[in-house]
Design a binder for this molecule. Structure first.
Ligand SMILES: Nc1nc2c(c(=O)[nH]1)N[C@H]1C(S)=C(S)[C@@H](COP(=O)(O)OP(=O)(O)OC[C@H]3O[C@@H](n4cnc5c(=O)[nH]c(N)nc54)[C@H](O)[C@@H]3O)O[C@H]1N2
Ligand SMILES: Nc1nc2c(c(=O)[nH]1)N[C@H]1C(S)=C(S)[C@@H](COP(=O)(O)OP(=O)(O)OC[C@H]3O[C@@H](n4cnc5c(=O)[nH]c(N)nc54)[C@H](O)[C@@H]3O)O[C@H]1N2
Ligand code: SF4
Ligand SMILES: [Mo]
Length: 878
């Protein structure tokens, strides 16, 4: 049984994992106890990686115009068409749109081809939607994109402020580290700043439930509070006077008003920060995804600079990266407004890069950033786009427009691991890429730590590494000499050499210490934090030591900030916040097909405060429609006071393969930050209305059914059986019945006032089961799914199945809470009834929460509800 140490392909925590082939087949994925990012921890998505390795749904061979072609033909077509576009319309008519899920080696090659040889700046990345504002924040403050902190700081601090981060679900292993640190040191305080009450609040000493988009006001007030306590010496930082002046008006009263917080809560937060010996702010999408995200980042950094909470152990403004290699993208120059290895669009750097790459065609000006890029495609200015490792048809704002732009673009090339994605459907040329477990290279996590992703599976079908595909096309375009690598190790060494090339301490990103690795050393590379160079041969845990700059020419800078909430703050309607579910990854192309990961939140829910629901006459679980000037989406109402009145939350995940109209980005306008180009994905003004479809219900089918577009549908994951939630305003559901009848299947129908149940049989095997009504019928889905494998034996059992029940009903599991140990809400409530009074007790009784621990906040929430109910019944007894 071979064991391969590798790195997780999901979030930017960058956990070390161990993959083992099991003798009975399959792969077990577990935590690497020795990796410094996770020290033996793992989360539910990481633990379920073994279930994502199947080849169903994979893109396994190259295609041109929808037909399978040999590799040579696909590569030749791509190279020729790109060359033609450049020849006829110039290099600016070509663009690449890449991803923080590519390996550093892939990314380096993509950037080199576009900026070095095609000669335009037009390579941007989904990281534009993710951490572009964080990059601007760091560059303005430190003169370079330098993350000053390390995960080890989390165990050596006194205060952790999580701002706009739901780490319990999105950086689960870091969250577990914080939870453990707090258990080991009860003096460690945790503050959560988020307009929603989230699972992350479970360990919070204080939750600031501020008004959406008001964070810059909160931090401007903090800067003022810090300086009142500890005035700054004159000219300690560049820009200091202007920054302090901009914070002057932010008294506690003004902050409380602006952020819609209690005065006492604001004072409490400021007191904790000002008195903490060591403090960290961890921030993610609630800050970055804003039309003023860069300023919000600098508002946070300003407070850290002024308080001296920076460049020391346990201190600092720490931007957590989302994707496994968002950081690698920043290093290789994957963003359109930077050059490779932290070089800038300035004459010296352009010339330097030309010398190193041996090219006279280096892009002279920044290229188009993501949202602008797709606008330029729509206008017909960009005529050829190569999309790799990202699904912009789902994830970019104003996605209906993005789809229109791609549909009209003369040349769309897509490198993908999944077949038939929403973006892939627009492709003229489709390249099959290697997936996690097959590909080979490096990634960099949030704390600048470079780790190896190592292959443990053979390449399937004709899939090839992204770097290889790019290099072949580059050769086809005539740039062969610069793209001649045989192995990712050679690319990595070139990248490392470039980072040190004529650097002399002027560029923070320097891994020249790794430029001479042998293939064997590269294969064995231990996780290491950059910079790695002659001065720091073992890497660097922390940058900006003692609050000084990171290199020879840096001066730390404070940036004046004028707080602004969000672009549509004055538009009528409710404000829609969007983000992540615990068990799904982005546009679901990989996690959506894993039943275990689908159980926690099988449908896209729109979280609504009960007051708003009452006003809009929406009931819990009801289908709802959201509308904005850009488009519409449908989801299912989830009434909860975790949501503040006036606000909604919907997941970003659902694509068109999983739902006919549940993409949130159909609603989101592409308002971008003027400095970073990052779109405001967190605040969109929308109107909400309840939808009472004429009929709705469930369809289970062995064969994917052909349904008319008038029926809205949501797919739930189940291997072998298509399982759909349906809703429609068409008069009846006759089209499904007609479809089944046309196949000559034997139909068993129960029809009544406002309901129709239908089973279709062929030679004793269940082919299809439909349960619909004017209200959504309750159906025991486990029983129905089981009947596809083992048909019910007797008429009574068939009758029960027609009613949507099992012949002998088993105890229903209820909503799945612990995906790892498969423990549902009903069993948890039962165990609480029996006396379990803590998450630990539940773990002992049912094993829930004992594997990855991601569900512990929910276990505690169910326990807390139970306590509240008991309190209330005690009171009524009195
Ligand atoms: N399970 C899971 N984990 C993931 C991912 C995934 O798809 N699924 N994706 C990864 C990626 S790429 C990323 S970028 C990260 C994102 O990680 P996070 O940023 O933690 O995730 P989000 O859910 O996008 O948003 C975080 C929080 O911002 C809050 N927020 C919204 N508006 C505001 C505001 O105005 N102020 C403040 N303070 N907060 C606000 C939201 O309510 C939400 O709770 O997750 C990574 N991890
Ligand atoms: N409304 C709203 N929109 C958002 C966000 C939000 O919070 N709200 N968050 C934004 C953020 S932070 C992010 S990071 C983006 C993410 O958005 P996307 O990047 O569009 O999401 P993914 O589903 O991860 O898309 C990655 C695609 O690459 C494929 N893939 C995986 N590995 C490889 C590989 O090695 N090679 C190749 N060639 N392909 C591969 C996958 O099958 C998948 O189709 O979404 C952004 N959009
Ligand atoms: S925390 Fe992130 S990196 Fe670690 S196992 Fe989970 S998804 Fe993977
Ligand atoms: Mo992200």
């Amino acid at each position: 049984m071979s064991r391969v140490r590798t790195t997780c392909p999901y979030c930017g925590v960058g956990c070390g994992l161990v993959a083992e082939h099991l003798p009975e087949g399959g792969v077990r994925v577990s935590a690497d106890a020795d990796h410094p990012a996770n020290l033996g921890r793992i989360c539910v998505k990481g633990a379920a990686l073994g279930d994502t390795l199947g080849l169903a749904g994979r893109q396994l061979y190259p295609e041109v115009d929808g037909g399978r072609v040999p590799w040579d033909a696909a590569l030749e077509t791509a190279a020729r068409k790109l060359q033609e576009t450049v020849r006829e319309h110039g290099p600016q008519a070509v663009a690449f749109y890449a991803s923080g899920q590519l390996l550093t080696e892939d990314y380096y090659v993509a950037n080199k081809l576009m900026k070095g040889f095609i000669g335009a700046g037009n390579i941007d990345t989904n990281s534009r939607l993710c951490m572009a504002s964080a990059v601007v924040g760091y560059k303005r403050a430190f003169g370079a994109d330098v993350v000053p902190c390390s995960y080890r700081d989390l165990e050596q601090t006194d205060l952790i402020v999580l701002v706009g981060s739901n780490a319990a679900w999105t950086h689960p292993v870091l969250y577990q580290r914080i939870a453990q640190a707090k258990q080991d040191n009860p003096a460690l305080q945790v503050v959560v700043v988020d307009p929603r009450r989230t699972a992350t609040c479970d360990i919070a000493d204080l939750h600031l439930r501020l008004a959406p988009g008001s964070d810059a006001g909160l931090y401007a007030g903090l800067l003022r509070a810090v300086c009142e306590q500890r005035p700054l010496a004159a000219a300690q930082f560049a820009g200091q006077e202007a920054a302090l002046a901009s914070a002057q008006g932010w008294s506690v009263d003004n902050v409380a008003h602006y952020c819609d917080l209690d005065r006492d809560v604001v004072t409490d937060f400021y007191r904790r920060f000002v008195t903490a010996p060591r403090a960290m702010t961890l921030y993610t999408m609630g800050i970055n995804q804003s039309s003023t995200g860069s300023d919000k980042c600098n508002a946070i950094i300003n407070a850290h600079l002024a308080s001296g909470q920076i460049g020391r152990v346990g201190c600092g403004p720490f931007s957590l990266t989302g994707q496994p290699n968002a950081m690698g993208g920043r290093e290789v120059g994957g963003l359109a407004n930077q050059l490779a290895c932290h070089m800038q669009f300035v004459p010296q750097d352009i010339a330097r890069l030309g010398r190193f790459w041996g090219s006279e065609r280096i892009a002279a000006t920044p290229g188009l950033m993501a949202v602008e890029l797709f606008d330029a495609i729509e206008r017909g200015e960009v005529k050829a786009v190569w999309i790799m490792g990202t699904n912009p048809a789902v994830s970019l704002p104003d996605s209906d427009k993005v789809n229109r732009a791609l549909a009209a673009c003369p040349l769309v090339i897509v490198s993908e691991v999944s077949a038939g994605t929403d973006t892939g459907r627009h492709a003229h040329i489709c390249f099959p890429a290697l997936a996690w477990g097959e590909k080979n290279g490096t990634v960099t996590n949030s704390e600048r730590r470079i780790s190896r992703q190592r292959p443990f599976m053979p390449p399937p079908g004709e899939a090839r590494a992204d770097w290889w595909i790019l290099a072949q096309v580059a050769r086809g375009m005539g740039y062969g000499a610069a793209f001649g690598w045989q192995h990712p190790h050679e690319i990595f060494c070139e990248h490392a050499a470039l980072s040190g090339f004529e650097n002399a301490g002027r560029r923070a990103f320097d891994i020249s210490g790794l430029a001479d690795l042998t293939r064997e050393q590269y294969d064995q590379l231990s996780p290491v934090q950059w910079p790695v160079n002659a001065a720091h041969p073992q890497g660097s845990e922390r940058m900006l030591n003692e609050g000084r700059g990171w290199g020879v020419e840096t001066r730390l800078t404070m940036v004046p900030v004028t707080p602004q909430r969000y672009r549509e703050a004055n538009a009528p309607g409710l404000v829609l916040n969007t983000g992540r579910y615990r068990d799904q990854w982005h546009t679901m192309t990989r996690t959506g097909t894993v039943p275990r990961l689908m159980q926690h939140s099988p449908l896209p829910r729109v979280a609504i405060h009960p007051e708003d629901a009452r006003r809009c006459r929406v009931t819990d679980g009801q289908p709802v429609k959201l509308t904005s000037p850009c488009g519409t989406m449908t989801g299912f109402a989830q009434l909860t006071d975790d949501q503040a009145p006036g606000t909604l939350f919907a997941p970003m995940h659902w694509n068109r393969q999983f739902a006919s109209e549940s993409g949130v980005n159909s609603l989101v306008a592409g308002h971008c930050d003027p400095h970073s180009g990052q779109p405001e994905s967190k605040q969109t003004a929308v109107t909400l209305s309840g939808w009472t479809p004429t009929w709705q219900g469930w369809l289970f089918s062995r064969e994917p059914p052909a349904l008319p577009t008038s029926i809205s549908r949501w797919r739930l994951a189940q291997a072998g059986v298509t399982w759909l939630r349906l809703a429609s305003d068409t008069p009846d559901c006759g089209s499904v019945q007609a479809w089944a009848a046309a196949r000559g299947w034997q139909l068993q129908v129960a029809q009544g006032e406002g309901m129709c149940h239908l089973l279709a049989w062929q030679q004793g095997e269940l082919q299809l089961a439909l349960y619909v009504g004017s209200r959504c019928p309750e159906v025991d889905s486990d029983a129905v799914l089981a009947a596809f494998a083992i048909p019910p034996a007797d008429p009574a059992a068939r009758h029960a199945l027609l009613a949507g029940r099992a012949a002998q009903p088993a105890a229903a599991a209820g909503r799945m809470v612990c995906s790892c140990m498969q423990v549902g809400e009903n069993a948890i409530r039962e165990a609480i009834e029996q006396g379990c009074d803590s998450a630990a007790a539940l773990g002992r009784a049912l094993r829930c929460g004992t594997h990855c621990g991601s569900c512990i906040p929910e276990l505690r929430a169910i326990l807390a509800q139970r306590v509240r109910v008991t309190d209330r019944s005690d009171q009524s007894a009195r």
